[in-house]
Design a protein around this ligand. Structure first.
Ligand code: WT7
Length: 659
């Protein structure tokens, strides 16, 4: 919780945008920002009406902007109709931008494939026609389990074209996680690849699909469409599995977009909450698309000629909004990258920026921190060894960026010329919420600065009362916004309880602790719930705990986060075995087994970095695990709290020992 606040103390310089940048900006200067903000304040619905009319192509115009009658189940532009894929593709072709490059795909091995808007539209239509021919239609649900590829974007856009609700599962998730999602969304089709390339290695993907589909409650899945990426032998289920190229064989490259209601779900994306089961965050069509497009334009100051690159995988919300939808809706040229930042060496990102003349680069603090380390060790991979002169704007997303990393990024990548947009948002918010505007906002390293126009962010106490600047509290959004989560798929109660608990006066509760400084700037302090942020990925402590206790050796487990210099937070697991407490090599061996187990249950990102064994866990007399204490112990700090309420204070000593 304390890292960002410490950062206020160590870095208090302010970096205003340069004048030339301001002059040419989409939102030119603080007065322009304030005017837009005020427009939304003075005439909330009028503001959103104007944005939705100016930015989206409607097949049937909406009359009502916001329907709050079922709050917190808000409806935006509810009687309007449109198609998301039409707005991302056809629009540009019809307006004469068909020959512009939409995607520059760079494979793990460096092979580059450009695709124009016209060609992308053709590919989306062919695939959509394949889906149609196979009997899929509006309202069906599809699981997409693909590597970063043109095909991933095609699959998502083709679903959007037909009104098939997609749920993308990150390729790093296990067969078990995949199975849970297939069942929860009630998927009738799975779109996958035989394998993927990462860091020069071919890794299989299809076996996880086969394993997931061999489990119960998956009978609804009629087809598995397999994109051939790595080649080699693949287990095949006749009648169910079909190669991508056979699936779209002979299909026309024209496909009428299906008319969708604004509120029809576009996708479901699972994210971790404070219980064991991930939540299916349900997003809408029109409101989501509007915000994806608007935030690309505002936050990244995008104009014709920009080359945009968001490094996030399409398995995360960042890859949905800032790869699959936003940049296309805004008509940009964007880089899509299959590989990893460290292959063939840690200069890969900088090399690609130079080769593709990237103007806008958006990545996560974890990546920056690991590249700082690598370039300290080897000047050849330092950004100075590459041509980064094309860059105009650089961005950060997913976790707090510590001021040291911020300043390094600003100096070495942005050459003290490019503004950094440190964007705060969440899977649930659909798009960026609190972020600098590159041509307006004076930057403070470590702060995500100010809310976007139309976003009414505030810090409140546990009764929903505003707290004064300088005081910590809960981050809330006081008014709904078009891209907000619509529901937790299949669990309306969970939606209400998680995001609109009664004490908070109907505000959206983000789950982050934060504070504002005297300039009203927001400083995010970290999650207030049992959610961890490891390398910018959200993980529930309960999720990892339930994975651990499902192992036959484990009696009990408690998981906490510990600050980590590279990954932001690291997973620390305190484990009680059903047998006696292990020591030495045996403890190491069991810890390894448990790590592999968690990777198999959830995915490698959830593997505990540190496992500690005890005869018991520190509990109160009523049996509650004292996580607060465990967090202190995990950090290796002295326990100074009163432990007199502990049932078994001696246990703490054992838990200070890492395996
Ligand atoms: C959580 C949301 C943002 C999309 C990708 C992650 C943390 C996100 C920032 C930031 C400080 C941040 C918050 C938030 N977070 N961006 N710029 N500064 N913290 O989406 O997986 O839904 O995670 O990530 O704690 O609640 P997500």
């Amino acid at each position: 919780m304390s890292t960002s606040i410490e950062s206020v103390l160590v870095e208090n310089r302010v970096f205003p945008p340069n004048e030339e940048f301001v002059r040419n900006a989409v939102i030119p200067g603080m007065d322009a920002y304030k005017a837009l903000y005020k427009e939304a304040e003075d005439d909330f619905e009028g503001f959103w009406r104007r944005q939705a009319n100016e930015h989206l192509r409607w097949t049937r115009p909406f009359t009502q902007v916001l329907d709050s009658s079922g709050a917190p189940f808000y409806k935006w532009f509810a009687d309007g109709e449109l198609n998301v894929s039409y707005n991302c593709l056809d629009k540009h072709v019809e307006e004469g931008r068909g020959d512009q490059t939409a995607i520059i795909f760079e494979a793990d091995d460096g092979a580059v494939t450009p695709v124009t808007y016209k060609a992308l539209l053709g590919r989306v239509c062919r695939f959509a026609n394949g889906l149609k021919a196979a009997g899929y239609k509006k309202g069906d649900t599809a699981i997409i389990y693909l590597p970063m590829s043109i095909e991933a974007v095609v699959a998502m856009q083709a679903c959007a074209r037909l009104g098939i609700i997609h749920s993308v599962v990150f390729g790093g998730f296990s067969a078990k996680s995949l199975h849970e999602r297939i069942v929860d969304v009630g998927a009738s089709v799975v779109i996958t690849a035989d394998g993927q390339y990462r860091g020069g290695k071919a890794l299989p993907l299809k076996p996880a699909v086969d394993e997931a589909l061999s489990q119960s409650n998956t009978e609804k899945v009629r087809s598995v469409i397999v994109y051939r990426r790595t080649g080699g032998d693949t287990h095949w289920v006749d009648g169910r599995d079909i190669w991508w190229e056979d699936f779209e064989q002979g299909q026309s490259d024209e496909c009428e977009p299906v008319v969708m209601n604004s509120e029809d779900p576009l996708f479901i994306l699972y994210t971790s909450g404070s219980t064991g089961k991930p939540k299916g965050v349900q997003h809408s069509s029109a409101g989501y698309l509007l915000w994806a497009m608007l935030t690309v334009k505002w936050t990244f100051d995008q104009k014709p000629g920009d080359v945009f690159w968001c490094t996030a995988d399409v398995g995360w919300i960042t890859g949905h909004t800032y790869v699959a939808y936003g940049p296309l809706a805004a008509g940009l040229t964007q880089v899509v990258f299959e590989g990893v930042p460290t292959y063939p060496n840690a200069g890969r990102f900088w090399d690609m920026i130079g080769r593709h003349k990237v103007t806008t680069f958006y990545t996560a603090p974890t990546a920056i921190r690991s590249l700082i380390k690598a370039s300290d060790a080897d000047a050849k991979v330092h950004p100075d060894s590459f041509d980064l002169s094309s860059l105009r704007i650089i961005g950060s997303v997913g976790e707090p960026i510590n001021p040291e990393a911020w300043v390094w990024y600003y100096k070495n990548v942005g050459k003290e010329r490019c503004p950094i947009v440190d964007t705060w948002w969440q899977t649930e918010t659909g798009g960026q919420m609190i972020t600098p505007l590159p041509g307006a906002t004076p930057l403070k390293p470590g702060s995500c600065t100010l809310p976007l126009p139309g976003i009414f962010a505030a810090i409140v106490d546990e009764t929903g009362e505003d707290v004064p600047n300088g005081k910590g509290g809960f981050l809330v959004i006081k008014k709904p916004w078009p891209a907000m989560i619509r529901n937790v798929w299949g669990d309306s109660e969970r939606y209400k309880n998680s995001y609109f608990p009664a004490e908070y006066r109907g505000y959206y509760l983000a789950g982050d602790g934060a504070q504002r400084d005297n300039d009203g700037y927001f400083w995010i302090m970290g999650r207030i719930d049992d959610v961890l942020n490891v390398s910018g990925h959200r993980l529930g402590t309960m999720e990892v705990e339930s994975a651990l206790v499902s192992h036959e050796l484990v009696a009990e487990a408690a998981v906490v986060g510990r600050p980590d210099a590279t990954t932001g937070e690291a997973v620390v697991a305190f484990v009680v075995l059903k047998r006696d407490r292990p020591h030495g090599d045996e403890a190491k061996e069991i810890a390894k087994q448990l790590r592999d187990w968690v990777a198999k249950e959830i995915g490698p990102i959830a593997k505990p970095k540190d496992i500690r064994f005890g005869d018991n866990l520190p509990k109160t007399r009523s049996g509650k695990i004292m996580r607060r204490l465990l967090r202190v112990v995990a950090k290796g700090e002295e326990v100074t709290q009163d432990v007199s309420t502990l049932e078994n204070p001696a246990i703490l000593e054992q838990l200070t020992e890492s395996v």
